[in-house]
Ligand binder design. Structure first.
Ligand SMILES: [Zn+2]
Length: 531
């Protein structure tokens, strides 16, 4: 069923290396980059300027005849794709535009890109939250965005052709370096870097080096408020990459995953995190420096990571997230002054601390675009499901809460989001191109945290996942087919098989899937709804 389902995804074709028709060759090319080399990220489309270095011919903001004609052709292709039921048509429309007008990104972007958002995890949600904040401006211009997650060159072109107004763009982390010169955004939002598709973006330090080179080329002096980087101070890889930029606003939101940044990105020495035996700072002071809302088990280095060998350390943030409160700090304030700074509650329809982190990053970016932090956060309250994430769906007589997790950091975030849920849990892992074919990362996910839950495993890699859970001591059933697995999970929730009474409704199940498994589950629910 996988082939049929993935060709009819509800919100556009596949994500990842195949989304823009790029075969995994991209990973091969980028895997051999020397430090400091310009990334070849623009090689994802024919005719793109190599390495983003070639000066575009036409000045930004003036759309040539060629681009205007390409835009008409692209719109027609997108419509045809939708009518044929091949998806949202975003990617095919963009590909047609780029084939006819290879420099369309620069021309269409002009000076209207308000923000680009990049990270390993959270970029679709953060883009959506920032879009909501800007759309709520009282007399604001309209906002266009690639909200469906088509985050490479073709998807970005389609977003830019979708209407007038400011653009808020999610950009794939491997394509950021190549696209930055053409997009010339006012704000660049950078949140986290971790291992994702092992056959594509496993080398996070190399990715950070590419960002670092591209960000050094931002010209923050050209115009007030252009080329500002808003970066997470708690991710050492992001800090090292962003610190080359001419102007950076540091934001402390914590990090759910630090295993990929355990050594210093600059000198490769082991970093010291608060609480480490090597941390010779006063333990009480370190605890006080940690955010008040740090959750137990959260390995966030928010109290201040540092390299004992070189001078790289956590920069002083000007916006912090403490639990569910965001605070703006004046430069130089600390301790008691930090705690008395005015706080803005971070209340969201979206669940979990990971989404509060996304919201505060988005709000800090909105602040650079003229909004105040409190109003930006208030405008995000009603954002519910984001491209299907956190949606309640129904199929096979099961009402299920669908979560997306594509890499170890994402799984840890979802464990946080599920909290103490006692519903049966279905885990589904595929290994198609958009997922990455190497799924050995499952050994980095702390599945031990699922001991005691009623678990069913499914998907193309159900056998691998089953072995992983056995190693973790998690009892489970293995049912490869998704429909059958949903029914099996439902049976686990039937009276007598769970902690009744007072437990969750019998037909409700939590589901976590990686990218194509997640999309297949959406298709199952959509097909059942259409019957
Ligand atoms: Zn160092």
């Amino acid at each position: 069923m996988s082939g049929a389902a993935s060709s009819a995804l509800p919100d556009g074709p596949e994500r990842g290396p195949l989304r823009d028709g790029v075969e995994p060759r991209a990973g091969v090319e980028r895997g051999a980059l020397p430090e400091g080399a310009a990334t070849p990220a623009t090689s994802d489309s024919p005719g793109a300027p190599a390495g983003g270095r070639t000066a575009p011919v036409r000045p930004a903001g003036r759309t040539g005849l060629r681009t205007r004609a390409a835009r008409v052709a692209g719109a027609a292709a997108g419509t045809a794709s939708r009518l044929l039921g091949r998806g949202a048509g975003e990617v095919v429309a963009g590909k047609v535009v780029l084939r006819l007008a290879p420099r369309a990104v620069h021309e269409l972007a002009g000076e209207r890109v308000a923000a680009v958002v990049s990270a390993t995890n959270g970029k679709t949600t953060t883009t959506r939250l920032l879009t909501a904040a800007l759309a709520a401006r009282p007399a604001g211009r309209g906002v266009v965005s690639n909200g469906g997650g088509a985050n490479m060159r073709a998807g970005i072109v389609t977003a830019l052709t979708s209407g007038p107004g400011d653009a808020v763009l999610e950009v794939d982390e491997m394509h950021l370096s190549g696209l930055l010169p053409e997009l010339a955004p006012r704000v660049v939002v950078l949140m986290n870097l971790s291992r994702d598709q092992l056959d594509r973006t496993a080398e996070t330090r190399q990715l950070a080096a590419g960002w670092r080179t591209a960000l050094a080329g931002l010209d923050a002096s050209a115009e007030q408020g252009r080329g500002v980087v808003v970066a997470n101070a708690d991710d050492p890889l992001v800090v090292w990459a962003a610190s080359s930029a001419p102007r950076v606003v540091w934001v402390s939101v914590g990090a759910s995953w630090t295993a990929d940044a355990r050594s210093c990105p600059r000198c490769e020495q082991l970093l010291t995190l608060p609480g480490d035996p090597e941390d010779d700072r006063d333990a009480t002071a370190a605890a006080e420096a940690a955010p008040a809302g740090a959750v137990p088990g959260d390995p966030s280095p928010a109290g201040g990571w540092r390299c004992p060998s070189c001078s790289l350390s956590r920069p002083t943030p000007s916006v912090v997230l403490e639990g569910d409160v965001a605070r703006e700090l004046d430069a130089g304030t600390a301790g008691e002054q930090q705690r008395t700074a005015a706080g803005h509650p971070v209340r969201l329809a979206l669940p979990g601390q990971a989404n509060r982190r996304n919201a505060v990053m988005a709000a800090a970016a909105a602040r650079e675009l003229g909004l105040d932090l409190g109003s930006a956060l208030a405008a995000m309250v009603d954002v519910g499901d984001v491209a299907g994430r956190y949606a309640w769906l129904r199929a096979e007589g099961v009402r299920f809460w669908l979560l997306l997790a594509k890499n170890p950091a994402g799984w840890v975030e979802n464990f946080d989001v599920m909290g103490a849920s006692d519903r049966p849990l279905l885990l589904a892992i595929n290994a198609q191109g958009a997922d990455g074919r190497d799924t050995s990362w499952i050994y980095d996910v702390p599945f031990e945290r699922l001991v005691g839950r009623r678990v069913v495993v499914a998907g193309e890699r159900a056998a691998d996942l089953s072995l992983r859970l056995a190693v973790a001591g998690v009892e489970h059933q293995r049912v490869p087919g998704l429909r059958e697995a949903l029914r099996a999970a439902r049976a686990l929730g039937a009276p007598g098989s769970g902690p009744e009474p007072g437990g969750p409704p019998a037909e409700e199940v939590d589901v976590v899937g990686n990218y194509t498994a997640f999309q297949q589950l959406r298709v199952l629910a959509a097909q059942e709804g259409a019957r």
